[in-house]
Ligand binder design. Structure first.
Ligand code: OTU
Length: 633
């Protein structure tokens, strides 16, 4: 009889040690660069290791098994089967328990990742949609308890859906316990924030700072009477910026992140990360230390909760975005996901102008084809405004001007530009710079609101096509597509926020409607815009799961075809190459097959229709606002 090998014994402790060894170099390099001056490296190392050991020993057994699985398949989130859904718990389903009842709905759409918008206990009154957190240890009592969240996370995981939670780490609410203690004069807590006795230093910083909310919260500092000091408040006056130069901030936030991981969050959306580090004489965004902080968080979590991945929210220009997914010394270690804000802006820009040259140029000039262990989060709309991040050099390369095009986009989407199909609104018009950002839901910006008001069936179909073009683009470009709640049924702008004093001052609420369940429940069968958008979106996500070339680790090769109305992307997978062709006009467009590297006599199938594309002579025809997914096996 053959003797079997003795059982291997891997204890929790030995796993922890192995994972610590795997991460230590990258973790400690970042931490020493950041905090070497503020804390002895040996103390820093001991404090971090103790914290990680504490959180690891508290990690529930089922999540420790998930850690094992993900250590073996670290690319789990890059599967083409992944698709995310983003929602406010109350607006989507009332509360945490309500979300559990909607799991079948999410499954029917093909969702594998559920992003809960901020749901930790916010300050009372206006809380910037939950982005002013008062207690990181509690769920917003209106939505449930931490226990409810844990139960829900487990249910989601069983249903094959990864929960993502919003983590606000650039600032806390003024009402957070740390800020309250700071106001009482406690020096330890005061050092967690950026406080100034008089205006001298704030004024020096202001010389180069921008303003995020110039209308409702001008400037970047707020005088606090209780404190008798100026407080750095990049966003609203009640959002106090944390002092990330203090290692105690790093340790405290890391502890919170690991608690959320232990509660079952699999993805953490790290909010407003660009702003975490300040440097006099700069705009205090995207400083290199920010990438060190992100690398340190990511590497630390890989020791105590390796199942967890991170998504960086840095809504910044194309020149500044790439380091958030890692390059150079941070390659593959910073964040696993980052919002592709340029793709989103370029989608809306091309839709308004009917021209794709700026889009093609921008997306080829600044972005590598792929990243190590990381990919984009692709989206066309979210809860925030759209900032028209188009640079002067990119505009020039496309033969237009930056200010001119940005103004055109603002006017177009506010519905001011002659012939515009959009019904959005301006946000934070900055008199000093002339900049305006844009609010509105996907459907209202894409023309559905105006078309339905006119009752014009042809215009309604065009608007539906524009929305589905956007959904096909985010599902086919490369990256994890994030569907924003309600976009699958074309929810229109919601003006009811004007009646609520806590929300009336912030126009972004117009794109944060409540879910219309009568619309959504009828959608699968309905011959209405909602029905057609729902089925089209579901179909796109379903087809996506079958195409290996849409895995997140396959390179995204934007094509320079010279066609200025089509946007074309090639994805060379190992099981076939996908050529995505997107028409940004309301007319048929034709393109020679060989400009796409295809043979007109042996055209591949369009996966979205399951048919051969229509052809005229040596050209492929792309229908109005159409998307083709041509797949060569
Ligand atoms: C993020 O926003 C959130 O998404 C907003 O909802 C919050 O108000 C804000 O942080 C403060 O917590 O910080 O890196 O165009 O894109 O405010 C970008 C403005 C952010 C938003 C910006 C964004």
């Amino acid at each position: 009889m053959a003797k079997s090998a003795p059982a291997a014994s891997v204890t929790d402790q030995s796993l922890f040690d192995m994972r610590w060894q795997r991460a230590e170099r990258d973790l400690m390099t970042s931490l020493t660069r950041l905090y070497g001056g503020a804390m002895k490296p040996t103390t820093l190392r001991r404090r971090v290791r103790e914290l990680l050991a504490e959180k690891w020993s508290a990690r529930p057994a089922d999540l420790r098994s998930l850690d094992m699985a993900r250590d073996i398949t670290p690319d789990w989130f890059q599967s083409q089967e992944m698709a995310g859904y983003v929602f406010y718990v109350d607006r989507f389903a009332g509360d945490m328990k309500g979300v559990a009842d909607r799991i079948p709905y999410l499954q029917s759409l093909g969702i594998k990742y559920a992003h809960f918008m901020p749901c930790l206990k916010p300050r009372p009154g206006d809380s910037d949609g939950g982005y002013a957190v008062m207690d990181y240890g509690k769920i917003d009592p209106k939505l449930g308890t931490m226990g409810d969240f844990k139960k829900l996370a487990k249910k989601l995981r069983k249903a094959g859906i990864s929960p993502c939670i919003d983590m606000v780490l650039n600032h806390t609410a003024r009402e957070h316990d740390w800020a309250a203690r700071a106001r009482k004069g406690d020096a330890f807590y005061q050092k967690l924030y950026r406080l100034y006795d008089d205006a001298t230093i704030p004024l020096q910083y202001e010389k180069t700072l921008l303003e995020v909310f110039p209308n409702q919260a001008p400037g970047n500092f707020t005088w606090d009477d209780d404190l008798g000091k100026w407080v750095w408040t990049t966003f609203n006056t009640f959002q106090w910026d944390l002092n990330w130069e203090n290692p105690e901030v790093f340790l405290a936030i890391l502890g919170i992140i690991l608690d959320l991981a232990n509660a079952g969050a699999e993805v953490l959306r790290l909010d407003a990360v660009a702003f975490m580090w300040k440097r006099m004489g700069t705009i205090c965004q995207n400083e290199p230390e920010v990438h060190d902080i992100l690398q340190a968080i990511n590497q630390a979590a890989s020791v105590a909760a390796p199942a967890v991945i991170f998504k960086a929210e840095a809504i910044v220009g194309p020149h500044q975005l790439v380091p958030y997914l890692g390059e150079g010394r941070h390659s593959g270690k910073v964040s696993n996901l980052a919002y592709h804000n340029s793709l989103m802006v370029q989608y809306w820009s091309a839709l308004a102008s009917g021209q794709t040259d700026l889009m093609t140029h921008t997306l080829t000039a600044h972005f590598p084809d792929s990243f190590k262990g990381a990919e984009w989060a692709t989206y066309i709309r979210c809860h925030d405004d759209i900032g028209w991040a188009i640079t002067e050099d990119d505009a020039e390369a496309a033969g237009i001007t930056g200010p001119g095009h940005r103004k055109f986009l603002g006017d177009f989407y506010a519905g001011r530009f002659g012939g515009s199909f959009a019904r959005g609104a301006d946000f934070q018009v900055n008199e000093k710079t002339g900049d305006a950002r844009t609010n509105g839901t996907t459907a209202s910006l894409a023309g559905l609101e105006a078309a339905m008001l006119d009752g014009d069936p042809a215009a309604i179909r065009m608007a539906e096509q524009r929305i589905l073009l956007g959904h096909a683009l985010m599902a086919g470009y490369g990256g994890l597509p994030l569907l924003y709640m309600g976009d699958e049924v074309g929810l229109l702008n919601d003006w009811s926020f004007l009646d609520d004093p806590d929300r009336a001052g912030d126009g972004r609420w117009m794109q944060r409607p409540e879910m219309d369940w009568s619309l959504a429940e009828a959608a699968p069968e309905a011959d209405t815009p909602a029905g057609r958008i729902w089925r089209g979106t579901k179909h796109i996500l379903a087809v996506r799961t079958e195409i290996e070339a849409l895995r997140g680790d396959v390179p995204t090769k934007v094509m320079q075809t010279g066609h200025d109305k089509l946007f074309c992307v090639r994805r060379p997978g190992t099981e076939g190459t996908l050529t995505g062709v997107y028409n940004f006009t309301g007319e048929d467009q034709q393109i020679e097959a060989d400009r796409l590297g295809l043979d007109i006599d042996a055209l591949p199938l369009d996966m979205l229709t399951g048919l051969l594309p229509e052809r005229v002579a040596d050209r492929i025809v792309v229908p109005p606002y159409g998307a083709l997914w041509l797949h060569e096996a």
